[in-house]
Structures are given as structure tokens and as C-alpha cells.
Design a binder for this molecule. Structure first.
Ligand code: ZN
Ligand code: ZN
Length: 208
């Protein structure tokens, strides 16, 4: 058989039954990884409302669900803006935060993302008046929709109270109060009622 050109490294090689397109297992594996990366990149950006280079690019799944911007890769979920940074700019050194210069938590425009230490991120948020700290608890900043989103996301069991708190800029304690109904009790009742109605519907469906 005539020599073939490896699709990965471009070297010529003698093809056989096991090797048709790549000269070696290493080249095959490298090609598969690249392919997987390409698919992942496409899947990621298809979820983004890309706009002009200076505008915020918002994470589309949040438009009809809640404020959680997560992207899952092989069953694990990652923060979407961190993935955007990695795809567009590069690795995130361990211990560093990806911060928003636009202060829009659902934005994943790489031009609006910068790397900072936890302290820098906090200082930046303080400067902008968001004051996301554990002891300061700007409870009143929550809207009823936020509280509904907290109930929903926690029920899915994907996140801890601490993570929920971080996302909304409230203390984990407050999340716990919300979930137990000590705070925003009427939304808790609403959530329980909705769940009961759902369960009724399911029962009705199996009966008929
Ligand atoms: Zn090769
Ligand atoms: Zn932005």
C-alpha cells in the first residue's frame, strides 16, 4: 500500500488495518482530544448571546431558568464565565478568581473578564458597592424571584448553601433561613404548594 499522510502530524506513514488516518496511537489520541475540544467550544458558545465586542454577552440558559450560569462537562458543572475565560484566554492559575469588569454576573464576554485574587475581587466589589461578604447581609437586595431561584436551585441538589449564598451575595445562614422558611416564608409556602400540585398531577396522570 502507498504511504499515507498522518492527519495529525503530517508525517507520511505505512498504513495498515489498524492505522488508516494517523501514524500512531498518540496522533490518534491527540486528534480525538482536539475534536472533543472543538465540540465543547461550539456547544459552549451556542449558549451565549454574543453581541458587539464591548457589550455584555449574556448566558442564554439564565434567561428562562435562574441566575445560575453553569455549564456542564461530562456530568460536572462549572461556572460559565470561568469556562469562557479558559476557552478564549487561557488557563486560570489556581487560587485566582475570574472577575467581571462589567459587574454583570451573567456576562461571559472574555473582554469583560479579568483575573484577580480573592482579595482583589472583594475590593472591587466593595468599590462598586455590592459588598458581597459573609457578615454583611444585604438581605433586602433579594427580590422574590431571587428567593424562588434559591429554592429551585437548592432543590435540584447541585449546589451547597454556601455556593447559593455566594451566587446571590448573601450569607449561607440566610440561605438556610430562606430554605427553612424563617425568612421569606410566603415564598417557601408558594414553593411547597407548587410541589404538592406537581405531585398531585403526577398521581393523576398515573391513575388515568
Ligand atoms: Zn502522526
Ligand atoms: Zn459584561
Amino acid at each position: 500500500m502507498a504511504d499515507m499522510i498522518c492527519k495529525q502530524c503530517g508525517e507520511s506513514f505505512k498504513p495498515n488495518r489498524g492505522r488508516r488516518h494517523y501514524c500512531s496511537r498518540a496522533c490518534y489520541r491527540a486528534a480525538m482530544l482536539e475534536e472533543r475540544g472543538k465540540r465543547l467550544t461550539e456547544r459552549f458558545w451556542s449558549k451565549v448571546d454574543k453581541r458587539g465586542p464591548d457589550e455584555c454577552w449574556e448566558w442564554k440558559p439564565t434567561l428562562n431558568t435562574d441566575r445560575y450560569c453553569t455549564f456542564s462537562i461530562q456530568g460536572r458543572s462549572y461556572k460559565a464565565h470561568r469556562i469562557a475565560y479558559q476557552l478564549a484566554i487561557g488557563d486560570i492559575p489556581s487560587g485566582l478568581c475570574v472577575c467581571h469588569s462589567c459587574d454583570n454576573p451573567v456576562c461571559v464576554n472574555p473582554a469583560h473578564l479579568w483575573l484577580g485574587t480573592h482579595a482583589e475581587n472583594m475590593a472591587d466589589m466593595m468599590r462598586k458597592g455590592r459588598q458581597k461578604t459573609w457578615d454583611k447581609d444585604p438581605n433586602t437586595k433579594l427580590t422574590p424571584d431571587d428567593v424562588r431561584a434559591i429554592h429551585r436551585s437548592y432543590r435540584r441538589g447541585l449546589v451547597s448553601m454556601r455556593e447559593v449564598g455566594e451566587r446571590f451575595g448573601i450569607a449561607a445562614r440566610t440561605v438556610s433561613n430562606i430554605l427553612s422558611g424563617h425568612e421569606w416564608a410566603w415564598i417557601k409556602e408558594e414553593a411547597v404548594a407548587a410541589r404538592a400540585a406537581g405531585a398531585e398531577r403526577v398521581k393523576g396522570a398515573t391513575r388515568s
